[in-house]
Design a protein around this ligand. Structure first.
Ligand SMILES: [Fe+2]
Length: 336
């Protein structure tokens, strides 16, 4: 059962295939949605100048102006418009691009009415998060670090609230990274502060990843995996307002999945080129993941985390930080 917060959202459906258009229009109408169905982008733009819709559901391969061009046109005028892209089987790569360009969801055709309704719900939720996010970023241009962080805190909370298994994850990772950082000789107050904020915001870019991908039950296909990896780049974008005063925070967020041996992402940098904060997060994140219950397994003891981290010294993890982890890990809180 799909439950919308208020009444069923109104839908502008843009589909040139008459059969698919009729099927979706009738199906959505039966579920109580107000639906306007048009066959091309021109028709959609004309409707949108007359009235507003809670969501636009559009085919990508439209004749004339394509669905992605329509999306760009809408985004220029209305950043807050939830948008679901329908695609043919073969253009998933284009669809991934569409998501990066600002679509909230995409669906492969032929789409059933219930799949479309699920996507509408996800798109509306996703867009409201993005809008909230943009407000935070705008606000931060005027405010100080504290103002920015207050706004971003609500984003971290909303990110983690969606998944009970990652609740407090960012806070715990920050705590552990900090405990390790504090025992490093010669570390400055400023570095400690940057590591604390960077660790706390490390996964913030996930807010820009479609929920259908982030919470997918089965394994991710290569295109979806590419989208997930983008959370590092997206995260760096979100903290951009801090970059002038605290460039290190932005670097920490961007590089939190880089590996010591250069096989990480997004840039494949290695060794000491990776910011210290990111190298600490890599260890802290692994520790917290192993010691937390996941949908597919129970929490493991601290010793299991120690073994994995020892084994990864010099490949995944900074070999100079692993001994620091070994010295301090006994005092880490066990997440469970
Ligand atoms: Fe991450």
């Amino acid at each position: 059962m799909i439950q919308f917060k208020n009444e069923n959202p109104s839908v502008l459906l843009v589909e040139d295939d008459p059969e698919q258009r009729r099927l979706l229009e009738a199906g959505l109408d039966r579920h109580g949605h107000r639906v306007a169905a048009v066959r091309d982008a021109r028709g959609a733009i004309a409707r949108l100048t007359l009235e507003s819709f809670d969501v636009v559901v559009s085919d990508l391969g439209l004749p004339g102006m394509r669905g992605d061009e329509l999306l760009r046109h809408i985004r220029q005028i209305n950043q807050a418009q939830p948008f679901v892209m329908l695609t043919g089987e073969s253009d998933v790569a284009t669809a991934v691009q569409a998501v990066r360009d600002g679509a909230d969801e995409y669906l492969t055709k032929p789409a059933t009415v219930s799949r479309v309704r699920e996507s509408i719900l996800t798109a509306i939720n996703h867009r409201s998060e993005i809008s909230q996010n943009e407000r935070v970023v705008k606000y931060a241009h005027f405010g100080e670090l504290r103002g920015f962080l207050t706004g971003v805190r609500s984003l971290v909370n909303s990110l983690e609230a969606k998944d009970e298994y990652t609740k407090n994850h960012s806070k715990k990772v920050a705590q552990i990274a900090l405990m390790m950082a504090r025992s490093l000789p010669g570390i400055s107050h400023r570095q400690i502060r940057e590591i604390r904020i960077g660790a706390w915001l490390h996964d913030i870019g996930k807010i820009a990843i479609p929920l259908t991908i982030l919470h997918k039950d089965g394994p991710l296909d290569p295109e979806e995996w590419e989208v997930v990896k983008q959370h590092t780049v997206q995260g760096a974008k979100i903290v951009e307002p801090l970059a002038k005063k605290y460039p290190e925070i932005q670097r920490i967020v961007r590089h939190e999945h880089e590996r010591w041996d250069g096989k990480g992402y997004p840039d494949g940098i290695k060794g000491n080129d990776i910011p210290l904060g990111s190298r600490l997060i890599m260890i802290a994140d692994t520790y917290d993941a192993i010691c937390s219950t996941r949908p597919y397994r129970k929490a493991l003891p601290k010793e299991a985390a120690l073994e994995v981290i020892r084994e990864g010294a010099g490949t995944q993890f900074d070999p100079n930080l692993v001994p620091i982890f070994e010295e301090t890990y006994e005092s880490f809180p066990h997440p469970e």
